[in-house]
Write a protein that binds this ligand. Sequence first.
Ligand code: NAD
Length: 484
Amino acid sequence: MVSRVIPVDTFDLVIFGGTGDLARRKILPALFRRFVAGQMGPGSRVIGAARADLDAEGYRQFTREAIEEFGNGKAYDPKELDAFLEALDFVTIDALGEDGWADLAKLLDVGKITAFYFSVAPRLFGELAERLHRFGMATPDSRIVIEKPFGRDLASARALNESLAQHFDESQLYRIDHYLGKETVQNLMAVRFGNMLFEPLWNAQYVDHIQITVAETVGVGGRGDYYDRSGAMRDMMQNHLMQLLCLIAMEPPAKFDPDAVRDEKLKVIRALDPVEPGDIVRGQYSETEELPGYRAHVGHPDSRTESFVAMKLKISNWRWAGTPFYLRTGKRLRARTSEIAVVFKETPHSIFGPEAGRHRNILTIRLQPNEGMDLGVTIKEPGPGGMRLVDVPLDMTFADALGPDAEDIPDAYERLIMDVIRGNQTLFMRGDEVEAAWAWTDPIIEDWEARRDEPQPYDTGSSGPDDSLALMFRDGRRWREIRA
Ligand code: NAD
């Protein structure tokens, strides 16, 4: 059983871009669930701020519809929804103009925790920060939540950091990578640093290699225009997969405190070797009988943007020298799945002889679906006939292990928003981390651009281009199957 003490805070949360897709699908439903969980203290308010010509009543209706559509399908008491909607307000505001700002300033209570969620295009971040300052809302107590993408290269990330730093201290900035809000991702730290079992083996001496896969079945959908300017490297690898890599590879921080954790993550990024072009495979999904291929999807017949990328990385430090990390992510693949697999080395000697076969322990951490983890253990195959060995999973699906409590696990946005309110930055990216990740990514993308590198086509429903399989085969290894 899990025992929880739920702290209650009173706060104002202003959502710039409060009528956008992200607010509708994620932020507002997440806030409602935290309200139902009793975490929004009396007097808390959620204030939508966007260009739309709405009043508070109109925003309540907008939010009601958002929760009905995206509220996880869970049953809720309509009275609770009414009570939540009472806490809502709306201000029509233009991030690039002067309208609405004085109204917003008047609405806010001095001395209350105030978070400003920048759920708008990144080009508006600096404008919002400057106006919050000019209209007297940038106080030492205010917190800024920033959505991805945080830049598209080192120069633009730096410029964003600088524009925010003019008015806010780093301790007030919460750069969201929603992967860090996932229960399993935090469990990764609990497993590594809360058990004696794994950490002594967590190094190049015992780990053969580590695989990280984030596979989607969907194509670029309605985001074609944005995606084509970004690609899998910028959209997924530089942030989400890099964050997973950091958590799996970092040294134990001295304590679970925001800067201690982020210092260790930063060291991992800085220890990454530059990637050889031969250690990277890029792909683009082809058309099927029913579905358009990538280029038709984004409406750019010559596009060289990748919808898939796989790479082999090396971390040059004492712990990991000699253990490769294989990362891949892509769209229109065989199944929607995200997992990390830590593949241990074979035993140095088999007492059971060659007939017993070759076996390895694999610790798999499943981020989605079926959040959980399993440890592949080698045992004797039952029955007579000698010592034949077989690998079986010690499986722990959280929903089974934790029982009904698992159903109440907050989703990533719920957790991250409440962390902002509590002032806990552990699960948010620090400015120097983001810049280090771009500093590592930039030369890779610049090299593709200089060589006019063409991604390889791959079939919808496959595991990506054949060369991505070869990336591991040539090292005598293989990817784990992509399956739901
Ligand atoms: P959207 O286009 O659906 O909504 C944009 C919002 O910004 C609207 O509320 C609009 O009124 C407001 N807005 C636009 N210009 C404005 C201005 N000048 N002044 C004030 N308000 C203005 O966008 P979205 O999908 O909600 O995305 C918002 C941000 O979140 C983007 O940076 C996006 O990259 C990021 N993001 C979105 C998703 C997602 O699933 N939608 C996921 C991750 C990150």
